[in-house]
Design a protein around this ligand. Structure first.
Ligand code: KE4
Length: 430
C-alpha cells in the first residue's frame, strides 16, 4: 500500500504535536511503522489520506458500534447545528438524555454529563471521596480509567503500550492513596481492605477489562467485590466507559447482574462526539455541586450537538435490543474463524471474548490478569498488526487493547477477515 500522504503528514505533525498524535496509542509505537492518517469512514470501512481502504475493528475505540457515518446519527447532528453549537446553559436534550441513561443503566439514579471518560472517572473518584470522607482508592493492575493522576499507577491501554504504566508527573502524595490489586484476585482486595480499614473511599474497576486486552471477570468475582464494598462502606465504581451500552444496553452491570454504587460512561454514549458521564445512587450524586459540596464543572458539558448525537445513539440502542444479538453473532463468527485458523496451523494462542469485545493474545497461557497478559509476544503482535494492515484490516495497534465490533460487519467481511488472519498467521509461522 502507498502511504505517502500519511507519512508526510506524520513528519509535519511530529513538529507540531507531541509524538505527532493527540493520543499516544495512535502513534503505532508499539507495533512499529508510521500511523495512517484517516480521511473518511463509512459503515465498516475507514479510508486513509492515500485512499487505502481498511475493514475497521477499532471503531474509534468503541463508539462506532453501528458503523461509521450512520445516517441516523448524522441527521441528528445536522438537525441540531443550525440552532448554534454551544450555549453553556441548560437545555432540554440534557434532561432527555439523563432520563434515558437512568432508564437504561441499573445503578444510575442521577447522572452528570462531562466531555470524556477521563473526566467521568476523575469526577467519580472525587465524589466518592467527598461522600465517604475517606482518601484511598483501589484500582487494578492493567486497568485503565483515563489519564487522571490517581489512575496512572499500573495503568493499562496506552500507558502499558508505551511502557509508562506509572507516569512521571504523578506525585508521591497522589500515588500513596491509590492501592493496587491484581485483576480477578478477591483475596488481594480483602488484604488491602484489612490493611486500610475505614480508609478506602472507592474501588474502581473495568467490569470486563478491555485495556490489557480483553479479560473477563472470573465467576463470582464481581459479586465478591460487591459484597466486600457493601460490608466495608466502600463505593463500588464500575468504569463502563468501554463496556457501557456495548455488552448490553445496561452495560456489564446488566450483563452480569451486579449493580455498583456508581458508573462511569463514555465512548458510545456520544455517538462519536466527545461525551462522558458519571452517575449512581441519588444520595451519592446529591453530593455534587450545586446540589452538594463536591465541585465539578465543564464549559462544554451537555453540549447540544454532542447531546443530539448521543441521544440518537442511545435511543436507537434502547429501541433495538436486536443490535446486541447481532453484535454477538458477528463476533462469535469472527472468533470462530480465528480459532479454526489456529487449529489448521497447529497454534494455540489465547483468544478472550465477552460479547462484542475480543482479542488474541500471542501467548498460550490463559490470560486472566495483567501478569498473564504480559506473557504475550508483543513483537509477534506487531508483525501480525502490520501484515493485517497491509491486507486492509485495521485492528488496535497494541497487544493490550480489545477489538470492537460494529453491526456494519457483514458475513462477506467476516470471510475476508478470516482469510487475512489465516494468511498472516501462516506467514508468521512459516
Ligand atoms: P477517554 O478520556 O479516552 O474518553 O476515556 C478514558 C477511559 C476510561 N475508562 C476506560 C475503561 C477506557 O477504556 C478509557 C479509554 N480507552 C482507551 C482505549 N483503550 C482510549 C484510547 C486512547 O487513549 O486513545
Amino acid at each position: 500500500m502507498i502511504k505517502n500522504k500519511s507519512k508526510a503528514l506524520f513528519e509535519k505533525a511530529k513538529n507540531l504535536i507531541p509524538g505527532g498524535v493527540n493520543s499516544p496509542v495512535r502513534a503505532f509505537k508499539a507495533v512499529g511503522g508510521d500511523p495512517i492518517f484517516i480521511k473518511s469512514a463509512k459503515g465498516p470501512y475507514i479510508i486513509d489520506e492515500d485512499g487505502n481502504q481498511y475493514i475497521e475493528l477499532i471503531n474509534s475505540w468503541g463508539p462506532m458500534i453501528l458503523g461509521h457515518a450512520h445516517p441516523m446519527i448524522l441527521s441528528a447532528i445536522q438537525e441540531a447545528i443550525p440552532n448554534s453549537t454551544s450555549f453553556g446553559a441548560p437545555t432540554a436534550r440534557e434532561v432527555e438524555i439523563a432520563e434515558l441513561i437512568i432508564s437504561m443503566v441499573p445503578s444510575v439514579e442521577k447522572v452528570r454529563m462531562v466531555n470524556s471518560g477521563t473526566e467521568a472517572t476523575m469526577s467519580a473518584i472525587r465524589v466518592a471521596r467527598g461522600y465517604t470522607g475517606r482518601d484511598k482508592i483501589i484500582k487494578f493492575e492493567g486497568c485503565y480509567h483515563g489519564h487522571g493522576d490517581a489512575f496512572l499507577i499500573a495503568a493499562g491501554s496506552g500507558a502499558i503500550t508505551m511502557g509508562t504504566p506509572d507516569s512521571p508527573g504523578v506525585t508521591k502524595g497522589t500515588a500513596k492513596d491509590t492501592l493496587l490489586a491484581p485483576y480477578n484476585d478477591l483475596a488481594a482486595v480483602e488484604r488491602l481492605v484489612s490493611q486500610n480499614k475505614n480508609e478506602i473511599a472507592a474501588l474502581i474497576i473495568e467490569p470486563v477489562a478491555g485495556n490489557m486486552g480483553c479479560i473477563p471477570p472470573q465467576k463470582g468475582y464481581l459479586e465478591g467485590l460487591r459484597e466486600i464494598c457493601t460490608r466495608e462502606g466502600i463505593v463500588l465504581i464500575f468504569d463502563e466507559v468501554m463496556t457501557g451500552f456495548r455488552l448490553a444496553k445496561g452495560g456489564a452491570q446488566e450483563y452480569y447482574g451486579v449493580t455498583p454504587d456508581m458508573t462511569t460512561l463514555g465512548k458510545i454514549i456520544g455517538g462519536g462526539l466527545p461525551v462522558g458521564a458519571y452517575g449512581g445512587k441519588m444520595e451519592i450524586m446529591d453530593c455534587v455541586s450545586p446540589a452538594g459540596p463536591v465541585y465539578q464543572a465543564g464549559t462544554l458539558s451537555g453540549n447540544p450537538i454532542a447531546m443530539a448525537a448521543g441521544l440518537a445513539m442511545l435511543n436507537h440502542l434502547n429501541d433495538h435490543p436486536e443490535v446486541y444479538t447481532k453484535l454477538v453473532e458477528i463476533t462469535d463468527k469472527i472468533v470462530a474463524g480465528m480459532r479454526i485458523n489456529q487449529e489448521k496451523l497447529g497454534l494455540n494462542y489465547t483468544i478472550n471474548q465477552v460479547g462484542s469485545m475480543y482479542n488474541r493474545f500471542f501467548t498460550t497461557q490463559p490470560v486472566t490478569d495483567f501478569e498473564s497478559a504480559k506473557t504475550s509476544d508483543t513483537g509477534m503482535f506487531g508483525k501480525y498488526f502490520q501484515m493485517m494492515l497491509e491486507r486492509g484490516v485495521y485492528i488496535a495497534p497494541s497487544q493490550y487493547e480489545s477489538f470492537f465490533v460494529s453491526t456494519a460487519i457483514t458475513d462477506e467481511l467476516i470471510d475476508e477477515l478470516t482469510k487475512a488472519d489465516y494468511e498472516v498467521l501462516k506467514a508468521l509461522h512459516a
